[in-house]
Design a protein around this ligand. Sequence first.
Ligand SMILES: Cc1cc2nc3c(=O)[nH]c(=O)nc-3n(C[C@H](O)[C@H](O)[C@H](O)COP(=O)(O)OP(=O)(O)OC[C@H]3O[C@@H](n4cnc5c(N)ncnc54)[C@H](O)[C@@H]3O)c2cc1C
Length: 461
Amino acid sequence: MSGYIPAKLKIMREEDSKLNVIVVGAGLGGLGAAISILLAGHDVLVLESASEIAEVGAGIQILPNSSRVLQSWGMRAALSLHATRPKQVNMRGWRGNLISSMNFQDSASNYPGTFYWDFHRASLHQCLLDRAIELGAAVQCNSRVVDVRICRDGERAWVVLEPGREIEADLVVGADGINSKLREVMLRREDPAIPTGDLAYRLLLSTSEMMKDPELASLVTDPQVNYWLGPDMHAVNYVLKGGKLFNMVLLVPDDTGASTLEGNVEEMRALFKDWDPRIPKLLSMCESVYKWRLCIRPGMDSWSHASGAFTLLGDAVHATLPYLASGAGMSLEDGAVLGECLSRITSKVSAEKQMALRVYEHCRKGRTEMVVQRGNLQQYLYHLHDGPEQEDRDRRMRMVPTPPREALAWRDPELAPKLLGYDHLKDDNHTFLHNSPPGAAEMLSHYSGQISHPVFAGNLA
Ligand SMILES: Cc1cc2nc3c(=O)[nH]c(=O)nc-3n(C[C@H](O)[C@H](O)[C@H](O)COP(=O)(O)OP(=O)(O)OC[C@H]3O[C@@H](n4cnc5c(N)ncnc54)[C@H](O)[C@@H]3O)c2cc1C
């Protein structure tokens, strides 16, 4: 079954139900939320602290669930120009022995209309930015948000920018990433991200050198995603930009105190010198590298302010280890669900926003916690030392059909349908209709303004 995921049409609204929404952070999550909220018929201003809208020079894997979201935003044609569609994923032992493979097309066919796509982050980011602007987003760089204030009746919020300027909104969405300031504003306390004990070396190689080596050329000419699993470390690589670039990520024990810093190439090469000879060869082609300390954000009790004028999404709430390649996917899904919930709004009153944010959180909380936890399990499974546990992991990966909690998680019969088959439209509708927080049914059948709600008075800061 091929399937087709229709693009959502923009809702046209009267002024009295059109929210002025400020999205803080123009990362993948923030831009995705902007698109989704614009499609719901509201106005969006995106505030970004950096001097220009840009992404790190690295690759990103987009799984079927997030390809569904992106297509529903009308981005299929634009993204297809930049996507690499790898044939399969190969899981290898650290010495290069193939443990097991999974064909991506077969897997995606379980979720009709979806794809496994690989992108250069800048391409994906640019497509999201273009779509947001096409739909009417205003985007301001050099705009670091340091605080959010809620007005006494709870109907509006102000973001406070670094030089003290304030901008008013009906709703503020904090999408400011793993080191989120807005999370701390919401919690009214400091709340640093939690180190995982791992860090990532991220490198991009030009494939022209690789093509001269017969052992490496096939990694380019036959695009596949490769994982090598070894004691305390693993390596991932895949092709980008129609075969022009080769993305490599090395996940190793954390030896640093800072979150991002220039890495030492010699140090990195030494860690992998005894691995599959293709890895030292690839690393010998690398001239400089960055290392990223990997942290997580376990969930929050509440993602939104009681007023209904301030909420959070993406890494700010639920940053995960990248071992399921799902962090950005969760941020995009957050934006998609938030937009769906806000599409039901029929006036600007607080009770409607509160209801929308309650349903949003209800849909997203358990799912994103599942991903963070599974990322932690993948860390354990990927980094086993040689021995009985590693042998058992490899044996389970070779079983047909594969058992629950196997290391190739995209095939795990318990996880995969939930992770990859997720449909944000169905989740949102289902939550409203069958599993909704009190009052959602009334809102669905055109909110009448009678739902009682606590009114928050006062500032956050
Ligand atoms: C090594 C690695 C590999 C990964 N691979 C994958 C993968 O293959 N697939 C996948 O789905 N995910 C992957 N991820 C996860 C993914 O990158 C993140 O989950 C995703 O980028 C989070 O998006 P975000 O918009 O929430 O945050 P971010 O992308 O961090 O964006 C936050 C934005 O907010 C801005 N900002 C910060 N503070 C402020 C402020 N006070 N005011 C205004 N603006 C502010 C920042 O400048 C930034 O632009 C990977 C992560 C890592 C580290």
